[in-house]
Write a protein that binds this ligand. Structure first.
Ligand SMILES: Cc1cc2nc3c(=O)[nH]c(=O)nc-3n(C[C@H](O)[C@H](O)[C@H](O)COP(=O)(O)OP(=O)(O)OC[C@H]3O[C@@H](n4cnc5c(N)ncnc54)[C@H](O)[C@@H]3O)c2cc1C
Length: 321
């Protein structure tokens, strides 16, 4: 059984996971998106941040990379489950059962670091689910010598198109407009490596069982229909925010924000919260503040679990190299 399950892998959840590792808690993290970073990777990955202590200037994406690197030390102890959205929280006698879209986890405590809500990928409208229509790419090697249609025109779509082509995929980028939101330099780079089809709308998919075989396209200007053979379809239409579940979880709050006490505990004993999703007088929505709240919450959880232990030892004494 877990001692703490962290919901959300934004900057708050990532730091909470690091501190849980430092305090030797049996922890895990679930994240509804396919990657870590929360708003930083979903909304403004290339923007510079100037107000993180110790980093005069760093892009949001690079900052998250540093956080993930910091967690490397605990990679064998603290599992991260991506594409796992917390749907239900059920209180049992002395623990909680958390049900995600993929699994059920049992934990003594929960730390909700869910920011403004779960980032879930905008889905392609299809009559049914296909195993080779992907919204997250975890393993680039699966695309070697495969016909891959990448859908979308933003930075993420173009970045994936380039990476998949670099890993031996035969990539066709399909976008509904002739113009791209992605960086022009990435579009130019991709043109050297794959094919671009615009302005093309996706009309549907022709498949067998759970495998998509062809993408049916309609030219947005001429209305002409065409078919594209595919082994994989990688959809990059951005994210939508999932609906707040606080009422269903019986956690008190206001306008989707969770009320917490000075130890970051919610109205439900054993359930803590930190980061952009919490509310108290004087709350400031900054990365550094959410991370401070994560430190308070992890400390409170460790003190409850191990009251006899010194849970406030500094990293400078705890880590010996
Ligand atoms: C454009 C922009 C610029 C900004 N610039 C700055 C800046 O310069 N400096 C600064 O300090 N702050 C800045 N911020 C604010 C900063 O991004 C937030 O304070 C920070 O992201 C909060 O982190 P968080 O981890 O609490 O929440 P989030 O970053 O929102 O992360 C929450 C994570 O939880 C996941 N999640 C939610 N619900 C579930 C669920 N049910 N199951 C599983 N996972 C779930 C989400 O998918 C998400 O990944 C900026 C914000 C924006 C939008």
């Amino acid at each position: 059984m877990l001692e703490v399950l962290i919901i959300g892998a934004g900057p708050t959840g990532l730091y909470a996971a690091f501190l849980a590792g430092l305090r030797k808690l049996n922890a895990a993290v679930i994240e509804s998106a396919g990657e870590a970073g929360g708003q930083l990777t979903a909304v403004y990955k290339d923007k510079f941040i100037y107000d993180i202590p110790g980093f005069p200037k760093i892009t949001a994406l690079d900052y998250i990379k540093e956080q993930v690197k910091q967690l490397d030390r605990f990679k064998d102890e603290i599992p991260f489950y991506y594409d796992n959205e917390a749907l239900e929280i059920n209180r049992k006698e002395d623990h909680f059962e958390v049900i995600t879209n993929k699994q059920t986890l049992l934990t003594k405590n929960i730390l909700i670091a869910h920011g403004g809500g779960g980032f879930v990928p905008q889905k392609l409208k299809l009559d049914k689910e296909y195993d080779n229509v992907l919204y997250f790419v975890k393993d680039l090697t699966i695309f070697k010598d495969k016909k891959v249609a990448v859908l979308g025109g933003g930075d993420s779509a173009l970045d994936w198109a380039v990476s998949i082509a670099d890993n031996g995929g035969n990539v066709t980028l399909v976008h509904r407009r002739n113009e791209f939101r992605a960086l022009p330099s990435t579009v130019e780079e991709f043109k050297e490596k794959g094919t671009i089809l615009t302005p093309q709308l996706v009309e549907g998919v022709i498949g067998e069982e759970k495998i998509a075989k062809k993408l049916v396209l309609k030219n947005a200007e001429t209305k002409e229909l065409s078919e594209l053979d595919v082994d994989y379809i990688v959809v990059n239409y951005g994210f939508v925010l999932s609906k707040s579940k606080l009422a269903e979880w019986n956690i008190e709050g206001d306008k989707g924000l969770i009320n917490v006490d000075s130890r970051m505990q919610t109205s439900q004993p054993g359930i803590y919260a930190a980061g952009n999703g919490v509310n108290y007088m004087g709350k400031v929505k900054l990365i550094s503040v959410g991370q401070g709240e994560a430190a308070i919450a992890i400390q409170a959880i460790a003190n409850n679990l191990y009251p006899e232990r010194n849970n406030s030892e500094h990293s400078s004494s705890l880590i010996k190299e």
